[in-house]
Each structure stands twice: as C-alpha cells, then as structure tokens.
Design a protein around this ligand. Structure first.
Ligand code: NAD
Length: 325
C-alpha cells in the first residue's frame, strides 16, 4: 500500500481524510508543519501532503526527492509557499484549485458585516449584560461601493453576494473576464472610490504588498479593507500605521503576512512575540481571524476527496489535471 505523510494535521483533516480514504492509502498524520527540521518524518512516504503554512523550500523539496517521495499533494489552492521549480523533473506537484469558493466569499462578507455593524463587540457586551449600544454605529452597505481585486472563482461569488446587498461593484483583475457583467476599472479608481476593498487575487511578485502606503493614501478615510486571500498582499506596517492614524476605517484580516508562526495554534497562555499582529488584533476596528475562511464541512470534504483523487491519478498514470507546473 502506498504511503502518505500528511503534515500540519488538525483533527478536522484527520476526520475527513480517514472518511474519504476507504483504505486506499496508508496515511501517517503528523501534527508538525513540514519544514527543514521535520522533513525526515517523510522518510518512508511515497507522497507528502502539505498545507498553506508548510515551508516547501528548495532544501525540503530536494531532500524529499532524495528520500524517494514521488508526489507533493498540496491540500490547498495557493502554492506561494512551494518552491516547485526546484523539484521539476524529480517529483510532481498537485493541488486542490477550488474546494469551496463559497466558503471564502461568504466568510469575507461575514467579516464585513461584523466589522461594519460591530457585531463582535455587541456579542462581548451583551454576554456581560452590557446592553449599551453607544459606539456601535455602522453604515448601510446598500448603495456603497465595493472594490474587488481579483475576479476569479471567489471574487465573482463575493461580487454576487455584494450585489444582493445593493452595492455598486468596481473590479480590478490583470485578466479581466470579457463576459463579466460588472465594471472593471484601473486600480487607482478602485482605491479612490471604494467604501470597501476586498482582496481575492493570489500572492505573486506583482501582488505582494498591493495594499501599501501609496495605495492607502488614495483611499477614502472610512474604507474597510478585507483580506481573505494571502497575508503578503497587505503591507502590515503600512496597514497598522493607517489604522492607528485613522486614515482608514477598519480591516478584516483572515490572513497575515507572518501568520505561519502563529495561526492555527493556541498561544493564549504565552502570548505572541509579533508586535504588529498583537497590536492589529487589539485594535477596535480590526477583526483578525486565523485563516479560517475555507473552514466548512463542504470544503473539508472536497479537500480530502480531490487530494486523494489527485494521488490516484498520479499512481494510475492518468493526466494530472491539478498539476502545479
Ligand atoms: P482564482 O485563481 O480563481 O482567481 C484569482 C484571480 O486573481 C484571477 O482572476 C486572476 O486573474 C487574478 N489575478 C492574478 N494576478 C492578479 C493581479 N496582479 N492583480 C489582480 N488580479 C490578479 O482563485 P480563487 O479560487 O478565487 O482564490 C483567490 C485567492 O483566495 C487564492 O489565491 C488564495 O490565496 C485565497 N484563498 C484563501 C482561503 C482562506 O481560507 N482564507 C481559501 C482559499 C483560497
């Protein structure tokens, strides 16, 4: 039986991979993230299955290839953490391009609704029998302008949701959809006219720090920025400075530039050493969540099924429709 080493395992990963495996593979579930220190755990494996914050750098990939691992099966869509070029010709890479675009788009709207109407604050107040509503004023979303950067699977669903709220849509994408029934505008116009800006593009050299000091200077003073894509899209220091100086209205962050060290784990007893993340998390107009936008039953099932199908296709010599190359 072929062996899979599954890194960064959480209880929900184990549950769904065990449900979907049907005794096809011998899966070892490791809680550790994959990185140069843990790569030796994959010594017996034919396949390595990794996630968003595993570190698949050149060393790790060359080491895995040397140990006889044949396939890296990413159980996520983004692969900015994978130096796949260094493995070309030695092993193959696959991913799960879409597991539930609805999960992420719906979560982005959830962040917006909570932040705008201060639902997270109201929840804390009423649990303490504080029924005062001072300071909880929001704005009507109806008639406001939302700027969507990246109009792929998730961006388009988010646009549909925003339309349901009666919002005006402005979009930016380097590959605009010619059949789109919404308006594409240059990035500068999107920055200056939007009341809400939501990021739905991948992290690439071009998009790194797409939200930086210069971009923020063009925005409305009450703009709410939503990032459910990748932390590196926002320059954290610039975002923090703008929030502190009240040059923007708020931020909903499901991802963070340096999240790999902190997200998905419980640090409540020790606290964290990342001052920017600690300060952002403590700000009244910021809502930080721990990369959970994908976390629905449907998405977890799709992740497990598509990952195992990708692995089947590899061993059966079929076309790798989800290959990273
Ligand atoms: P997608 O590939 O369907 O769409 C991405 C869009 O971004 C494409 O239309 C592409 O043309 C556009 N794009 C690429 N470069 C751009 C640029 N420089 N400027 C503007 N647009 C650009 O991807 P998707 O499934 O919609 O996912 C979007 C992102 O969401 C992923 O890259 C991933 O990082 C993130 N994501 C996050 C979670 C989470 O749990 N928070 C889960 C899944 C995906």
């Amino acid at each position: 039986m072929k062996k899979i080493a599954l890194f960064d395992t959480k209880a929900y990963d184990k549950e769904w991979f065990e449900k979907c495996n049907n005794d096809r593979y011998d899966i070892s579930f490791f809680e550790s993230k994959l990185n140069p220190q843990t790569v030796e755990l994959a010594r017996e494996a034919d396949v390595v299955c990794a996630f968003v914050n595993d570190d698949l750098n050149r060393f790790v990939i060359e080491r895995l290839a040397h140990m006889g691992v044949q396939l890296i099966a990413m159980r996520c869509a983004g692969y900015s953490n994978v130096d796949y070029h260094s493995g070309q010709g030695k092993l193959k890479f696959v991913r799960v391009p879409a597991y539930s675009p609805y999960a992420v788009a719906e979560f982005a709207m959830g962040l917006l609704l909570s932040l705008n109407r201060k639902i997270h604050k109201a929840y804390n107040r009423t649990r303490d029998f504080n029924f005062n509503i001072n300071g909880l004023t929001g704005m009507d979303l109806h008639g406001k302008t939302v700027g969507v950067i990246g109009t792929g699977k998730i961006g388009k669903i988010f646009i549909d949701i925003c339309r349901g709220f009666g919002m005006r849509i402005l979009a930016f994408d380097v590959y605009p959809d010619p059949n789109a029934d919404f308006e594409y505008v240059p990035l500068g116009k999107l920055f200056s006219e939007s009341d809400v800006i939501s990021l739905h593009c991948p992290l690439t050299e071009q998009t790194k720090h797409i939200i930086n000091k210069k971009a923020i200077e063009q925005m409305k003073s009450h703009v709410i920025i939503l990032n459910t894509s990748r932390g590196g899209l926002c320059e954290s220091q610039a975002l923090f400075a703008a929030l502190k100086e009240k040059r923007i209205g708020g931020a909903g962050l499901d991802v963070y530039e340096e999240e790999a060290e902190w997200f998905f784990e419980d640090h409540s007893a020790q606290g964290i050493q990342d001052d920017t993340l600690a300060l952002l998390t403590a700000m009244p107009n910021v809502l930080v969540t721990s990369h959970q936008a994908f976390l629905t039953e449907e998405a977890l099932q799709n992740i497990a099924e598509v990952t195992l199908d990708n692995i089947d296709a590899f061993f059966e010599g079929k076309e790798l429709v989800n290959e990273i190359k």
